[in-house]
Design a protein around this ligand. Structure first.
Ligand code: ATP
Ligand code: MG
Length: 606
């Protein structure tokens, strides 16, 4: 591609809504242009990276026997009504009517459509397994689209679905996709972790997320410092040794605590560390998923007790309560109505609602809690004697320094470290949730009809391309991973007005392309400094500076984007040298940068 003939415009400054480096860089490199919040036009460079990534995905999936299909983006409401997700997905699903008044939505995911497709064909066990995938545009009406392609409303996803006769076979399909995802993300050269994730109430039990490690990530991860264990904080087990109660239970006593409404002020005033105090919080166990059944109608209030310095983990709580969504906290008024006191003076004693107790404080004895009377607390409170616990469970957020469950089981000493992650992939064993509700059955060898066992597997294609930039850039611009770089070589033609330079550049441009490289040539009539800056911004793996002065000495300059270590090579050997360097880059064997070489300085000498 010749820049002089391309629709490519780089920007000096990023748009105001670009908060994170990768979004800024993609916008500045002219890769994406916002059409509406969360909706973008992909420029040619972005599309090239997307297509390369899609091809890596295709290769790894096809190799494993998966088949590519393409489903519609517009779905009739009836299919989504069969699984009740027309209601459950709420406003995330963009719904509309056609001219005949029929309801439709834009595809946010394709379990319904693919299950419908498969149920029409599959008759018996002989027709299974099937593993189908597509690479397609999705639409989700995200509440807060942001970070460019990271959380778009319209985005490209690879979604795959497996269909098997039984759980055992479905888990084989799951493992196959798990391996495919590893191969795909390994080929990108990204630093990522496979993490334990929330399986929710979707039916199945097994799920993993593929998370690219980056500070800008929206997900919070607990990653073991010793072994491979990693978990989304939503589900990361919080293991701490709980002390067993050994002493005698003292008589319970009320005492006044005016103005002591927070754990912090209570701790300060009483001189007791926060982690020795017990706080009580209140939630509604009513899912309230539709307008006829809002949580406020039937609160189903529950109390949660945990150590003063711990935080409730809403996903763990959701799972313990058997809900579909994380429970809502009661409002102050609802707490007052439930307990008789305003928040800050509440506790488990005397409540008639279920009390869930965090396992970390199972062994607490003679502790302090709110009295359920304003400005009063109780001391020497004891479990069992003073109130009943409905269930002890791990309800708190894990913290860095907590033991890794895998290490603990193996007698190792690994502990959590905290990371941010970008969820780029998700594998999910679904069980029969969709096949049951949609009547997708097959006949066993004995002629018995059974629901098909399913799995679903997503990769955020557009999100991953941006995640790659988020992880691989420097102060000057993008540093493309070679696997998805829009171009391999960036030729900077320094004196395009000189005929000899133009001709030599043309020869090299064609030779490199003939040898299989994707070549970008900056042949614009711009100053060298402008071109070098743009080359750094666009970030293709190898830059070649070709100019009048260099050619007089018979040389061109070759500069790997990553290290910026300039090498002068003979002009007639340039093609071979670039190919050699590309091979090193692809093999991950690029030598480290020598000190103090900068791209601009290297280029200025040409
Ligand atoms: P998230 O938790 O980030 O909202 P999700 O768990 O809802 O994502 P899945 O249904 O698992 O997403 O979709 C599969 C993949 O699609 C995700 O792993 C992610 O990479 C990508 N993806 C999901 N939502 C978006 C979005 N709004 N913009 C870009 N990519 C997305
Ligand atoms: Mg997900």
């Amino acid at each position: 591609m010749r820049w002089s003939k391309s629709h490519l415009f780089t920007l000096k400054d990023a748009p105001n809504d670009a908060e994170i480096p990768s979004h800024k860089l993609m916008a500045r490199a002219g890769m994406i242009k916002k059409v509406a919040p969360g909706i973008y036009t992909y420029g040619n460079l972005a599309l090239r990276a997307l297509r390369k990534f899609e091809n890596i995905i295709r290769q790894e999936l096809d190799k494993r026997g998966c088949q590519e299909v393409l489903m519609p983006m517009v779905h009739p409401a009836e299919l989504w009504q069969e699984t009740n997700r027309w209601k459950e997905m709420g406003d995330g699903l963009l719904k509309f009517k056609n001219r005949n008044g029929h309801d439709f939505c834009l595809g946010a995911t394709h379990e319904e459509v693919i299950t419908d497709y498969v149920r029409k064909d599959v008759k018996s066990y002989r027709d299974l397994p099937a593993n189908l995938y597509q690479i397609q545009t999705k639409y989700r009406d995200e509440i807060r689209p942001r970070f460019g392609l990271m959380r778009g409303r319209e985005f490209i996803m690879k979604d795959a679905y497996s269909f098997d006769t039984d759980e055992k076979a479905a888990l084989v399909s799951y493992d196959l996709m798990y391996d495919a995802y590893k191969a795909i993300f390994d080929r990108l050269g990204l630093e990522y972790r496979i993490v334990e994730a929330d399986a929710g109430n979707i039916g199945g039990s097994k799920t993993n997320e593929f998370q690219v490690l980056a500070d800008a990530g929206e997900d919070h991860l607990m990653v073991c410092d010793t072994c491979d264990f990693a978990a989304n904080i939503e589900v990361a087990p919080a293991l701490i040794k709980t002390e067993k109660a050994t002493g005698a239970a003292l008589p319970m006593e009320a005492f006044p605590t005016p103005n002591l409404k927070s754990i912090g002020s209570l701790s300060k005033s009483l001189g007791i560390p926060e982690n020795k105090l017990v706080k009580t919080m209140f939630f509604s166990a009513n899912d309230g998923t539709d307008a006829a059944n809002p949580p406020s109608k039937d609160l189903k209030a529950v109390a949660i007790c945990l150590a003063g310095d711990d935080e409730v983990n809403p996903v763990k709580l959701k799972n313990v309560l058997g809900m579909s969504n994380p429970p809502l906290m009661l409002t102050d008024e609802e707490v007052k109505k439930t307990t008789g006191a305003w928040p800050g003076s509440c506790g488990p004693v005397g409540l008639t609602i279920p009390v869930y107790f965090d396992s970390a404080i199972e062994g607490f004895q003679n502790f302090i809690v709110g009295a359920n009377r304003d400005a009063e607390h109780l001391k020497n409170v004891n479990i069992g004697r003073d109130f009943k616990v409905t269930k002890f469970a791990d309800l708190r957020m894990a913290k860095p320094g907590h033991s890794c469950p895998s290490c603990q089981a193996a007698g190792r000493k690994g502990v959590y470290k905290s990371y941010r992650g970008i969820e780029v992939g998700h594998v999910f064993y679904l069980g029969t949730k969709y096949s049951k509700s949609m009547g997708a059955t097959y006949l066993t060898q004995e002629g018995q009809p059974l629901p098909i066992e399913m799995g679903c597997y997503g990769i955020g294609v557009s999100r991953t391309v941006q995640a790659a930039i988020e992880q691989s850039h420097d102060a000057d611009g993008i540093v493309w991973p070679h696997g998805i770089t829009p171009f391999d070589v960036h030729m900077v033609v320094l004196d395009p007005d000189q005929e000899e330079v133009r001709q030599s550049a043309e020869v090299l441009y064609r030779e490199l392309q003939t040898r299989g490289l994707d070549v970008f040539m900056d042949d614009r009539a711009e100053r060298p400094g402008v071109k070098f800056k743009d080359a750094d911004l666009l970030g293709f793996p190898i830059r070649v500076n070709i100019g009048g002065r260099g050619l007089k000495e018979g040389i061109v300059e070759m500069i790997p984007r990553k290290t910026k270590a300039m090498e002068k090579v003979k002009a007639e050997e340039a093609t071979e040298k670039v190919l050699e360097l590309m091979q090193l880059i692809r093999a991950g064997k690029l030598p480290a940068a020598p000190a103090k070489t900068t791209g601009a300085a290297a280029g200025a000498k040409a």
